[in-house]
Design a binder for this molecule. Structure first.
Ligand code: PMP
Length: 427
C-alpha cells in the first residue's frame, strides 16, 4: 500500500499521511483469534488445518453479531429502514469484494454458498451453453473434487469428455502438455490456482494467456489462492474466478463467483426464484439484471457482511508482510519436517503456498493425525478431496499441515515434536 504523496508548493496545506498498516506482527494477529487461545486435551492448540477452513478474527465475529443485533432484515424488497440497512450492508460487501479482487464492476461479483456452488453455477450455465457432444473440457490432475465432478456431470449430460493435464512427481503441472492438450474441441479449461493437497501454485496468468491464444476460456478455482496470494482477476486474465469466504477468515456459507460481464450477460440464469426476476406471469418471466439474475432467493446476507469484514480485516494488515510471514513458515516447516527420519514430503513444487503434505514411514496418515490431535496439533489426513491426484502419486492419503496468517513457528515445532511421538509409538 502506498501513501499519497504530500502536495508541494507554498499554498498547499499540510496533509496528514494516509495511515500505513503497522508492520505485520504475527503474535498480535494471532491474539485477534479467540478460538486459538484454548487448550486442546491439555495442550496449547496448534491449528494447522486452515486449508480446510480458516479461523475467524474478532473483527469478523463482531461484524456478524452486530449485523444481527442492529441491522438484520431481508434485502432489496423492503421499504423500511432495517431492510435498507441490510441491503446497504450486503451490497457494501459486494463492493468490498470487488475492490479486493481487482474487478472492474460490482455486478460481476456474484455471491454463492462457496467455491463448490460457484463452480457448479459455471458448469450448469456457461458450460451447458458451450459444451456439445464430442467436445472436451480440460482439467488438471491437481483439481479438488469440486472442480472435477461438476464438469464430469456436464460431460456425461452432453456426451463430451474430460481431458486432464498431467503433473510431474513433484506435483508441478506440465505446461507443455497443457498447451498440447488445448485442442480444437476444447471448450473450456478449469484449473486451481493453488493445490489444496500439495500447495503447488500454478502460473495462472501465463496459463490464461496460453488458453486465450487458442480461444479457450479459463475458470479458476481460487479457493486456496485467495488466502495466500494477492489476487487481481483482471491481471490474471481469467474468465471466472471462484472462492470461499471461510478459507479467507470469513464465515462459512458464503463464497464468490467473479465472471466477466460479457459471459454473465450471455449466460442463462441458474436457479429460479425470488430476487432473480423483474416480473413473473404464468406465461413468461423476465430476469433481473446482474448480479441478481444469479442470486435466487434470500441470499446469505450475514455471510456477505462477515466476508466484507474479513476483506476489511485483511486490508488493514500489512499484507505483503503477512504473506512473507506465511512463506517463512512454509520454508521453516518444510525444513523441520525434512529432518524427521522416515518422513517423505508429498508435493515439492518450487512454487508452493500454505500447505505441507507428507507421509511418515508406513504409519497410516489417520494414525498420525490421531496421535497429533492428542498433542493439540490439528492437521488433516486423507485424500483431501483430490482422489485422482492421490492415484497419480500412487498413495491413498497424506497428512496435511496447512497454514494461516496466525500460525507461528511454535505451531510447526509442536507438529515436529508430535511426529517424534508418532515415530516412537510406531517404531
Ligand atoms: N477447491 C479447492 C482447491 C478447495 O481446497 C476447496 C475446499 N477444500 C474447494 C474447492 C471447495 O470449497 P468449498 O467446500 O468451500 O465449496
Amino acid at each position: 500500500m502506498t501513501a499519497t504523496p504530500a502536495a508541494t508548493g507554498p499554498a498547499a496545506a499540510p496533509r496528514p499521511a494516509a495511515p500505513a498498516a503497522a508492520a505485520f506482527d504475527p503474535v498480535k494477529v494471532r491474539a485477534e483469534f479467540p478460538i486459538l487461545r484454548q487448550e486442546i486435551r491439555g495442550k496449547p492448540l496448534a491449528f494447522l488445518d486452515s486449508a480446510a477452513s480458516s479461523q475467524k478474527p474478532r473483527a469478523v465475529i463482531d461484524a456478524v453479531s452486530r449485523y444481527y443485533e442492529r441491522d438484520h432484515a431481508n434485502v432489496h424488497r423492503g421499504v423500511h429502514l432495517l431492510s435498507e440497512r441490510a441491503t446497504a450492508a450486503y451490497e457494501g460487501a459486494r463492493e468490498k469484494v470487488r475492490r479486493f479482487i481487482g474487478a472492474g464492476d460490482a455486478a460481476e461479483v456474484l455471491f454463492t454458498r462457496g467455491t463448490t456452488e460457484a463452480l457448479n453455477l459455471v458448469a450448469q450455465t456457461f458450460g451447458r451453453q458451450r459444451v456439445r457432444a464430442g467436445d472436451e473440457i480440460l482439467l488438471t490432475t491437481l483439481e479438488h473434487h469440486s472442480n472435477i465432478v461438476p464438469w464430469q456431470m456436464l460431460a456425461e449430460e452432453r456426451g463430451a469428455r474430460l481431458v486432464v493435464v498431467p503433473v510431474d512427481d513433484r506435483g508441478v503441472l506440465l505446461l507443455a502438455e497443457l498447451e498440447r492438450l488445448l485442442g480444437p474441441r476444447t471448450r473450456l479449461l478449469a484449473l486451481t490456482q493453488v493445490s489444496n493437497a500439495l500447495g503447488t501454485v500454478n502460473p495462472v496468468k501465463e496459463i490464461c494467456a496460453l488458453a486465450h491464444r487458442k480461444g479457450v476460456p479459463v475458470v479458476v478455482d481460487g479457493a486456496q489462492g485467495i488466502p495466500h496470494l494477492p489476487v487481481d482477476v483482471r491481471d490474471l486474465g481469467c474468465d471466472f474466478y471462484a472462492f470461499s469466504g471461510h478459507k479467507m477468515y470469513g464465515p462459512t456459507g458464503i463464497g464468490v463467483l467473479w465472471g466477466k460481464r460479457e459471459h454473465l450477460e450471455a449466460m442463462p440464469p441458474w436457479q429460479g426464484g425470488g430476487d432473480m426476476i423483474l416480473s413473473v406471469t404464468f406465461e413468461k418471466t423476465t430476469y433481473n439484471a446482474l448480479p441478481h439474475k444469479f442470486e435466487a432467493g434470500t441470499p446469505p446476507i450475514a455471510g456477505a457482511v462477515g466476508l466484507g469484514a474479513a476483506v476489511d480485516w485483511l486490508q488493514g494488515l500489512d499484507l505483503a508482510g503477512a504473506l512473507a510471514h506465511e512463506h517463512d513458515l512454509l520454508r521453516y516447516g518444510t525444513e523441520l519436517l525434512s529432518r524427521v527420519p522416515g518422513l517423505r514430503l508429498v508435493g515439492t513444487a518450487p512454487e508452493k503456498a500454505g500447505v505441507i503434505s507428507f507421509l511418515l514411514g508406513d504409519v497410516h496418515p489417520h494414525d498420525v493425525g490421531t496421535v497429533l490431535d492428542r498433542e493439540g496439533v490439528a492437521v488433516r489426513t486423507g485424500h483431501h478431496c483430490a482422489q485422482p491426484l492421490m492415484i497419480r502419486l500412487g498413495i491413498p492419503a497424506t497428512v496435511r499441515a496447512s497454514l494461516g496468517l496466525y500460525n507461528l513457528r511454535s505451531d510447526l515445532e509442536a507438529l515436529a515434536a508430535g511426529l517424534e511421538k508418532v515415530r516412537r509409538m510406531f517404531a
